[in-house]
Design a binder for this molecule. Sequence first.
Ligand code: SF4
Length: 507
Amino acid sequence: MALAEMNIAAYHGVSHEPLTEPEDGVRHNCGVAAFYFNTPDSLSNLIPALTSLNHRGQEGVGVVGLLPDRTMTIHRDEGLVKDNVRQIVRADADVHIALGHDRYSTSGGVDAWQPFGEEGERIVTAHNGNITNPLSFLNDIPLEERTILSSDTHVLHKALNAQPEESVEERIQKILPRVEGAYSLTIADRDTNSLYLIRDPSGFRPLHYAPLDNGNGYMAASESVAFIPFVRDATKVIEILPGQCIRIDADGVSEIPIDFPETKSAQCIFELVYLGGAASEIFNTNVHAFRRACGENLAEVDIEHGFIPDIIVPIRDSGAAATEGYSMKFIEHLARAGYSPEEIGARIPREALLRNNSVQRTFILPKGRGSAVTEKFTIIPDVVRGKKVVLIDDSVVRGNTMTHLIQMLLDEGASEVHVRSASPPVRHGCYYGVDFSGSDQELIAVGKTEQQIAEIIGAHSIAYINLQDMVGIAKTMSGRENDFCTACFDGNYPVAVDPDLLLGKAC
Ligand code: SF4
């Protein structure tokens, strides 16, 4: 067996079984946070930052701190940040650099939690995204280390660590222009106490940095929401642009040019649709305002078609902003059309679906638990009985939760249930850090018309925002002519993917 084949086989010997069962909708990617302290400060500063990014990855959490004596303090384990607070506090110390990571993955186990970094290694690495050609880096990694590789990030981490005679910048310059796919990276150099922040040239995943309010250095994070406890003035939060590499060290902030091949930007529009926190700015766009505008667009189309619901009902937290936009457009329309205040008031969005907060993590329930939806939501019958309900969500990906909710609403006496999605039908898989394949088991819209989808989920109708309209909203709000990745909607993949060079979809 050839060496490369042997090592690929060794990698594939690692279990790829998901650690959790996904809830309906997409599984997230990951979130990163980092601090550079001029004077060593507590590693535990990562706790609030990672907590506010926990929506990006809920399988595991990791923190690594570089102490002044160049040793490391580490905690990495499964669970939410709140499940790991005691252990992080136990690992607490005053550090020069702190790297943190919220993880969602489909592969690996405890040894795949990030950040990667061990005693004896110069570089510590945390990554959000998915590298699509990790197997092309096997020859950059010593033979004895190839059999322990646990994810795409681990390959990159080992490749960066494998050139001990070179500076970190030489290594970055040598390795990163060959890396394909999505990566927002935080990298710490133990020898020089430097923090590097890098976004891939397509800019799939977000990354930001800002000076700390207390003057003791800088922080970095996937989303602007993570900065709130540390940087009160949001205008100080700077977006790292596609293809940019920033170094932070004792001399302050500098930019390191990397000779990337010419690449079109392809920011993941799903960050705005679903992945990003509603309180964040991502790609220079206010996430809540984007979702609200998509909801307005849905309402405009319904008004044009003469569709008037009796009651507007949001789904999940991320459906709330679209519902707000949808209902405001409707209220304006009804007022113009001469409806009375009572008639308008009756249509104002209602909490008809109450979430049972004691059932927070349905995605860890065993397979076959359709009843998990029933356990998670309670319908208020009086609100929906005899009404034509419009259910609004950010997206309809698998449709399982939607199917159960529609049945619950009809069981409680709703006369009709209509579904509106603030993103277009998802018909293709993602290779850039969000975990859904293009199979019809995972994506309800694959090979189906809207009418067929409505029949499957038991809705009286389903309508999606038009892709061009959604991209237009993103371009207008970002104020840039940047191109967005829309591959899961239209199949136009901005970075070609060679299946022979993939390592699962870990991030
Ligand atoms: Fe985002 Fe979809 Fe592109 Fe994946 S395929 S990066 S989820 S827009």
